[in-house]
Write a protein that binds this ligand. Structure first.
Ligand code: MN
Length: 199
């Protein structure tokens, strides 16, 4: 099986002015495409070829000899998830319902949740990801390094890419400004809600 590049659900300039078309073009057409193509070439002719992306990730993450496959599979997955975590029509409020109640229960308020995401995103040393996850029925914010995904007893609901390639053209070293801009303007709460309700 050959993995296809996930099709962006919006135009390359749709996230401007918060994420430029230039950044999105490099990020999607070079980085994400590169991970998919490398993954396909690495699994070709191996017994991983017919597995799902999630199964490849779980099968390779503890095997140092399969680090390259894990990295490219996980980055393929992470970017598909990240594009959906952003939306040009985000809106700053969480619609009423079970998810909003869980945010109040576990964080106190949406503002506190955003602060936690900001803290995770800005304190991740080096490349990685900040996540909102569901674990044992509770919402939590976690960070991971490099390609790692909280995918065992956790269900990811949202992610923010904090690799430099996600923001350097627009924000240079100012990761905080990129994260703040995303949190204020682009976070797709409806995607989190959809994941929250998915069994
Ligand atoms: Mn990236």
């Amino acid at each position: 099986m050959t993995f296809e590049l996930y099709k962006l659900p919006y135009d390359l300039n749709a996230l401007e002015p918060f994420i430029s078309e230039k950044t999105l073009r490099f990020h999607y057409e070079k980085h994400h495409t590169g991970y998919v193509n490398t993954l396909n070439s690495l699994i070709k002719g191996t017994d991983l070829e017919n597995k799902s992306l999630e199964d490849i990730i779980l099968a390779t993450e503890k095997e140092s000899s399969q680090q390259a496959i894990f990295n490219n599979a996980a980055q393929t997955w992470n970017h598909t998830f990240y594009w959906q975590s952003l939306s040009p029509h985000a809106g700053n409020n969480i619609p009423d319902g079970d998810f909003k109640e869980a945010v109040s229960r576990d964080f106190g308020s949406i503002e506190n949740l955003k602060e936690e995401l900001k803290k995770a995103a800005t304190t991740q040393f080096g490349s990685g990801w900040a996540w909102l996850i569901l674990e044992s029925g509770k919402l939590k914010v976690v960070k991971t390094s490099n390609a790692n995904i909280p995918l065992h007893h956790q269900k990811p609901l949202l992610t923010i890419d904090v690799w430099e390639h996600a923001y350097y053209l627009d924000y240079q070293n100012r990761r905080l400004d990129y994260v703040q801009s995303i949190l204020d303007n682009l976070i797709n709460w409806n995607f989190a809600i959809q994941n929250f309700h998915q069994i």
